[in-house]
Design a protein around this ligand. Sequence first.
Ligand SMILES: [Zn+2]
Ligand SMILES: [Zn+2]
Length: 238
Amino acid sequence: MRAAMITEYRQPLDIVNISDPELPKNGIIMKVRATGICRSDWHTWMGHYRDQIKLPLIPGHEMAGDVVEVGRDVTGLQPGDRVTVPFGLACGRCSICLDGNHQSCSEQIQPSTNFNGSFAELIALPRANVNVVRLPDEVGYAEAASLGCRFITAFRGVVEQAAVRPGDWLAVHGCGGVGLSAVMIAASMGVNVIAVDIDDETLGMASQIGAVAKVNALRSPSVPEEIIDMTMAVHMPR
Ligand SMILES: [Zn+2]
Ligand SMILES: [Zn+2]
């Protein structure tokens, strides 16, 4: 298969032909139809995780695609299924997993850190019974590839940690992948979202997906004061 590989830190990726990945007994082989590029891929490429990874390595941990092969211990999946996975593959057996917090599993393994990732035609995904999720027909590959890292990170922050409620105000500082996901999730909950970024194009996207106000931090004399002014103006009659 063809893949984009990091062979040396901070150098262009090599496009290589390597042997297809081996089918894990408890996993699948997925044909990659879409992959995200994450800030973590940049950290990997810069060498910031060099004590955890070994080069050469195929990066990429935000993906969606089609099942092509199914290991003998896997149930409920078959070739042709459209699927995605979270960026950390949980064990499904530890006390943290049994509590429903797979994202914090202490035994989790990650594509692009512990094994080759999704910048490739094919990827082997172990622990499929616990982690591989079938996609509804109406969810496209590109949209699905964005769910397993940036979107779930934002979802936990906005919904579970911040526990926002309809009518609340929420300022999202930095509207990259995680930030725009946070805007979308909060807006869909009826929260008034103020998007903060240094890029007008990004702020435009935040408005399109539901932010009610935006602040360009490069032009604002004081971001906190501007946010306080906006939210007070709504709450307090003049
Ligand atoms: Zn990511
Ligand atoms: Zn676990």
